[in-house]
Ligand binder design. Structure first.
Ligand code: ARG
Length: 280
């Protein structure tokens, strides 16, 4: 006989789905300019260590059954490792990024060319300032979109049209959290983890209404970019420093997988920033 406890465990069981990711090896990673509060060009960066951390992340994805394609880095584009910013790919539509800062401008065409070479359907260049999955996150059928520091409201409209999907605009207010993916982590089609103080009061109200079951992250989790993670529906890949968030995830039936991303954090990025998802 099946016990009530077993039935309950089965009904809440989480289902991982194999994902397709795009990553860019940090062969040219360094911090030579400052476009967010995490970056200090005077502080040393250990590229060999960054490479090891990145290789560990990539190997971990593969170990969990996910496919990883690697985009070659470009000399002189030290932030290209943050593949999430390269664009947005959902179903039969794709859009390559248009960056806010001139230091990263050439990454848009670099990712565009790679998308084109890999046959991604419905590919266009963003006309408006659009930093890809840094600011556009798919939750179920809806896109959540960040604005305030990088991607613009006009970009949200452009994305809604090109991808024919509802886009919910959210305003970011804390410069440490300049991209949506630094403070909001989609866990599955209906659930997110997020850090409310990073959003305007109006956007906080929208999020609490849309996601009453959200996991609310602590200041300490946010301060190590713990929310900059990737979920496959069960396993949640995130910084190993996000200890309270990992516990909260476990309590809700997810499996947190901690990765040391300390070297990449010096440029203001962690797990999600290094990962562009091809949403099939
Ligand atoms: N240094 C990069 C920038 O400021 C970091 C980008 C992080 N990427 C992300 N998806 N949040 O643009």
């Amino acid at each position: 006989m099946t016990s009530v406890a077993t039935l309950r465990a089965e009904s809440t069981a989480r289902h991982p789905l194999p994902r397709r990711f795009v990553m860019c090896r940090p062969d040219y990673f360094e911090v030579t300019y400052c476009i967010n509060p995490w970056m200090d060009p005077a502080a040393p960066v250990d590229r060999a260590r960054a490479l090891l951390q990145w290789e560990t992340l990539r190997a971990t994805y593969e170990e969990y059954g996910h496919k990883v394609d690697v985009v070659p880095g470009v000399p002189g584009l030290p932030d290209m490792v943050f593949a999430a910013n390269g664009g947005l790919v959902v179903g039969d539509r794709a859009m390559s990024a248009r960056f806010t800062h001139p230091e990263r401008a050439a990454e848009g065409p670099a990712y565009h060319n790679w998308f084109a070479q890999h046959g991604l359907a419905g590919l266009v260049d963003a006309k408006e300032i659009n930093e890809g999955e840094g600011d556009f996150l798919l939750v179920g059928d809806r896109l959540l979109a960040g604005m305030g520091f990088r991607s613009s409201l006009a970009a949200h409209q452009e994305v809604a049209q090109h991808f024919s999907r509802p886009v919910m605009s959210l305003e970011l207010v804390d410069p440490r959290f300049y991209h949506l993916d630094t403070v909001l982590l989609p866990l599955d089609d209906n659930t997110i983890a997020y850090f409310p103080p990073a959003f305007s009061a109006a956007s906080q109200a929208v999020l609490s209404e849309l996601f009453p079951d959200a996991i609310v992250a602590t200041d300490a989790d946010a301060a190590v970019l713990g929310l900059n993670g990737v979920s496959d529906g069960l396993n949640v890949f995130l910084s190993d420093k996000a200890t309270a968030l990992s516990e909260a995830l476990r309590a809700r039936g997810y499996n947190p997988v901690g990765i040391d991303m300390s070297e990449l954090l010096k440029a203001g990025g962690s797990v999600k920033c290094c990962t562009l998802e091809i949403h099939e």
